[in-house]
Design a protein around this ligand. Structure first.
Ligand code: TYM
Length: 348
């Protein structure tokens, strides 16, 4: 019996530059969870998700190394957490296919992220991009993860994952019982979204109504995890604000998306909350607040970026970590997929 009662799974796509949204919405939570001994943690670099849109193979490799370096530089310890790249554990693809046959078209048609990404070009998108949430469900259920730390843009995908788990459990209830399993075969995972005071959604620095993302054209809209101190300072100095002084209460941020974003970034970096930040800066102009924010961001993100840049140079070291992690992940995934195959009636 494992000593852990709860299992965490999460992943990041190696498909663009890692930014502060990835850090605060995901990686910072991973590190916190790793420190709690009741959780077993599995953190994946989801390279199979990345190819749902065109990738230059050389760059995909480099980004896979970069995401791994970001995990390590942020404090993910491969002796405590399992760290690996998805494509090395073929069970993800196997379970993903079975879930393609469990999920209903109507469910996928509701996915807002596909609609956002495809826009008017859905006919020209890959089938993989459309079926992507099924693969994401496979990632999570392959390990019967109980908790999934993510930003709020992944909430709908998590709901779909729960639906797939439930449908599989219902459709195959008899076979699951025949296998001697008394409870549900797949666990319903809980999303961890507003967890540890992190903002559920870090917004674009030039437009507080849009999400910070690696696909935004201008680099000035985001803070990359490996920006150097000067770049960090320049981006935050230029971040959009409004002419008012900062309010003293959180309610005063309601109609001020840029102010709200910068305050919640400060709070998350400082492990406090927005009201505590306003207690300190309420009534002041953005100039003073931004100076403090720059200092905080440089202190917190600067060393992580430096460490990432150092680690990336040692490809062999990172690859060994990913390989070892994949061996551990496979050992967990293999018996589960074997059971799934028996349940659906495959000859094993
Ligand atoms: P991805 O690679 O787009 O993003 C990785 C993580 O970063 C979070 N995130 C944000 N959080 C707050 N504010 C933002 N602006 C912001 N931008 C990104 C995302 O919510 C995510 O947690 N489908 C997933 C990857 C995935 C996965 C999984 C996650 C594949 N399989 C299984 C969890 C479990 C994705 O595309 O995330």
């Amino acid at each position: 019996m494992s000593k852990f009662t709860k299992r965490v799974f999460s992943g990041i796509q190696p498909s663009g530059k890692l930014h502060l949204g990835n850090y605060l919405g995901a990686i910072q939570k991973f590190v916190t969870l790793q420190e709690d001994d009741s959780y077993e943690n599995i953190y994946c670099v989801v390279d199979m998700h990345a190819i749902t849109v065109a990738q230059d193979p050389k760059i995909l490799r480099a980004r896979t190394l970069e995401v791994t370096a970001a995990y390590l530089a942020s404090g993910i310890d491969p002796t405590k957490s399992i760290v690996f790249n998805q494509s090395r554990v073929s069970q993800h693809a196997e379970l993903g296919w079975i879930f393609n046959c469990v999920a209903r078209l109507g469910w996928l048609n509701r996915m807002t992220q596909f609609k956002d990404k495809a826009g008017k070009n859905s006919e020209r998108m890959s089938v993989g991009l459309y079926a992507y949430p099924n693969l994401m469900a496979a990632d999570i259920l392959l390990y019967n993860a109980t908790h999934v730390p993510v930003g709020d843009d992944q909430k709908q995908h998590l709901e779909l994952c729960r639906d797939i788990a439930q449908k599989f459990n219902n459709d195959y209830a008899e076979q699951i019982q025949q296998l001697g399993i008394e409870s549900d075969f797949f666990t319903q995972p809980e999303p961890l979204i507003d967890f540890g005071g992190a903002p559920v959604r870090v917004m674009n620095l030039r437009d507080g109504t849009k999400k910070m993302s690696s696909s935004a054209e201008s680099d000035m809209t985001r803070i990359n995890m490996n920006d150097d101190s000067d770049t960090l300072a320049k981006k935050l100095k230029k971040a959009k604000t409004d002419p008012e002084a900062l309010p003293s209460e959180v309610a005063g941020l309601a109609e001020r998306p840029e102010a709200r974003n910068l305050i919640s970034i400060f709070a998350a970096l400082d492990n406090s909350d927005s009201q505590a930040v306003l207690n300190q800066f309420g009534g002041q102009q953005f100039r003073e607040f931004k100076a403090a924010l720059i200092e905080l961001a440089v202190t917190k993100i600067g060393p992580i970026g430096d460490e990432m840049n150092r680690l990336i140079k040692d490809e062999a070291h990172i690859d060994t970590i990913l390989k070892d992690g994949a061996d551990k992940a496979r050992a967990l995934a293999e018996p589960l997929v074997k059971d799934v195959k028996k349940i659906v009636g495959f000859m094993v």
